[in-house]
Design a protein around this ligand. Structure first.
Ligand code: ADP
Ligand code: MG
Length: 424
């Protein structure tokens, strides 16, 4: 085989195995990879070295040419000193069967390169891309010059200058491409992870910014009314009005903060088992005065003996948020029905239905988005977002059906707690 064919073949193999490595080991078996990263890199590097050395150009006088330097350098730079040393041992041992003085020449050249790689590896990862590329190309060129000088010194052979030039260029181009390729894949991978994380972080930080804004309004209003209360000549009726408004506004600020904290709190342990019927009844007790105030009649149809995993306080919060929305949708009174049943597939369903104002398809599509509210001053638009988050954390789903001016139905499904235990 001629030099160019060999080098292209080597390069394709290195790129292909690096891609497979990133795609399968790093992306699919991430936790396994994290624990054994060095071992995996050594194995990949060794395979690449052995492949390169099986497809080589046997030059004259004990020199064989291939791209084995690339896995040695790239593996060492990304994997660190231990990887470097293991790959050095591999490349030295693999040269032995070819025999000749090349065994020693390879040994000394690779030793030099390995020392250089070990020295660079601690800083390499922090280099910007351009510097990384410059570094690997510089190493490749040094290696080529080293071989050329050896040839000249040991064998007094200055011939084949062109051959060496071609080799040096191919090696540099190869190591450049491989490093660039690894960097792109790494960036893609990091970006992908960052996007997944930022989904939540973004919502939380968005909320944090606007919560402080949202809380400021009620506080300003409260402050204004308290200021006016300072006036000793104020009428009793007005005084009462100011006081009530101030209290309402403070309550509003409290609701906003509570909703927000609920959302931002990290996911809790899921080990306790809670009884669905009991928790719904506790929530109903809390909301009853509010329902009475709006002449809403609450009917319940609750099946006993079903447990789900989670935190009681969070389930309360969900049920309260949904019932509260139902009541607010019926300012002139109406019926609200809440029921819970066991479903066929080891799930519980909790249904909350009202005969209120309902929602248009456009509103329905937006429900659960942070700050989507049709209640102007009275709403926070955080209630349904909190419900969605809590139910998803508990492994359940929330479904909403609604008809404008007819009513709305919320259906929560949750997996039953420890089905096997319950049955025995
Ligand atoms: P908020 O109640 O503070 O407005 P939510 O997230 O609880 O925020 O609800 C968002 C919006 O969804 C409400 O403003 C309302 O327009 C709509 N909505 C929620 N539940 C109902 C319901 N039962 N009937 C009609 N509309 C509802
Ligand atoms: Mg609400």
């Amino acid at each position: 085989m001629d030099l160019l064919t060999v080098l292209v073949l080597n390069l394709i193999f290195i790129l292909f195995t690096t891609f497979v490595f990133q795609y399968i080991i790093v992306n699919k078996f991430t936790s396994l990879y994290r624990k054994n990263a060095k071992t995996f890199i050594i194995i990949l590097g060794a395979i690449q070295i052995l492949f390169c050395m099986s497809f080589t150009v046997i030059g004259n006088k004990d020199f064989i040419f291939d791209l084995r330097l690339i896995p040695v350098v790239v593996g060492g730079l990304y994997g660190g000193p231990i990887v470097s040393i293991m790959l050095f041992i591999t490349v030295v041992l693999a040269r032995i069967p070819f025999g000749g003085n090349g065994i020693w020449i390879n040994f000394f050249n690779m030793l030099t390169i390995t020392v250089l790689t070990v020295y660079l590896s601690s800083k390499f990862r922090a280099f910007p891309l351009s510097r990384k590329l410059f570094t690997v190309v510089a190493v490749a060129l040094s290696y080529t010059v080293l071989i050329f000088l050896m040839k000249a010194a040991v064998f007094d052979d200055l011939s084949n200058f062109q051959f060496m030039l071609l080799y040096g260029l191919a090696l540099s181009a190869g190591i450049f491409i491989v490093t660039y390729y690894i960097e792109i894949m790494r960036q893609n991978y990091l970006l992908h992870n960052a996007v997944i994380k930022s989904d939540k972080i973004e919502v939380v930080s968005q909320l944090a910014a606007s919560v402080s804004h949202e809380v400021r309004n009620p506080l300003t209003v409260t402050r204004g009314f308290l200021q006016m209360l300072k006036d000793p000549t104020i009428e009793e009726k007005k005084r009462l009005y100011y006081l009530n408004t101030a209290i309402d506004e403070l309550d509003r600020a409290e609701t906003i903060i509570k909703d927000y904290l609920n959302f931002a709190k990290p996911q809790s342990e899921m080990d306790s088992s809670i009884c669905v019927k009991e928790e719904i009844e506790k929530a109903l007790e809390l909301i009853l005065p509010y329902a009475n105030h709006f002449s809403v009649n609450i009917k319940k149809d609750l099946m006993a003996g079903m447990n789900v995993a989670g935190e009681a306080a969070k389930l309360h919060q969900c049920i309260l948020n949904i019932i509260k929305n139902g009541i607010e949708a019926m300012p002139n009174g109406g019926d609200l029905v809440i029921s819970c049943r066991e479903m066929a597939n080891n799930h519980v369903s909790i249904t909350i239905e009202d005969t209120g104002c309902g929602m248009s398809p456009q509103q329905l599509a937006k429900i659960g988005e942070p700050y989507f509210s049709t209640k102007a001053e009275k709403g926070t638009g955080l209630g349904m977002m909190v419900v969605n988050k809590i139910i998803h954390e508990m492994g359940g789903t929330v479904n909403v059906k609604s008809k404008l001016n007819a009513g709305t139905q919320f259906k929560i499904t949750l997996p039953l707690y420890n089905v096997e235990k319950r049955e025995t």
